[in-house]
Design a binder for this molecule. Sequence first.
Ligand SMILES: [Zn+2]
Length: 159
Amino acid sequence: MQLEFRETLGERINKHSREWLKEFKLQAEMGDVDGMIWYAKLLFKGNKRRPPDAPHAIYWLRKAARTNHEAAFRVAKIFLKGKYVKSDPEKAYLYFRIASLSRCKCGKYSEELHSKRISNVHSCIHNESLEAIKSMKLSDADISRYEVKFISWKNDNLK
Ligand SMILES: [Zn+2]
């Protein structure tokens, strides 16, 4: 009996990864946002037959970012750190601003939570995005320039 299970764990994960890749690709192409995020995750990871494909992964994350604030936040961090891509403060700003459109749900303790005077179990993407922008220490001129880009993104992508 054991002989039938000779494939190693790595091989099995790889096989599943290929199936998941196909499945999530389909979902992503049909416009499913969770599918896009999962597909992006798998593309970042790659598998035995397919090396990681960061440009493609970022393409799908950026698409997901139109409606998913966590995806926007991830894209922003990628452009901020220059991980996988050349560091690009303009794009980092754009995606942090998109992420900052998420609602703060911290309620009456928001001040304490945002200033980390009390610890939060859940992250607040709204506030973390604004904090990240602050920590970029952009000049006023850059901020005005980037803000124009953000507003035009908003007009193109959100009703
Ligand atoms: Zn908050």
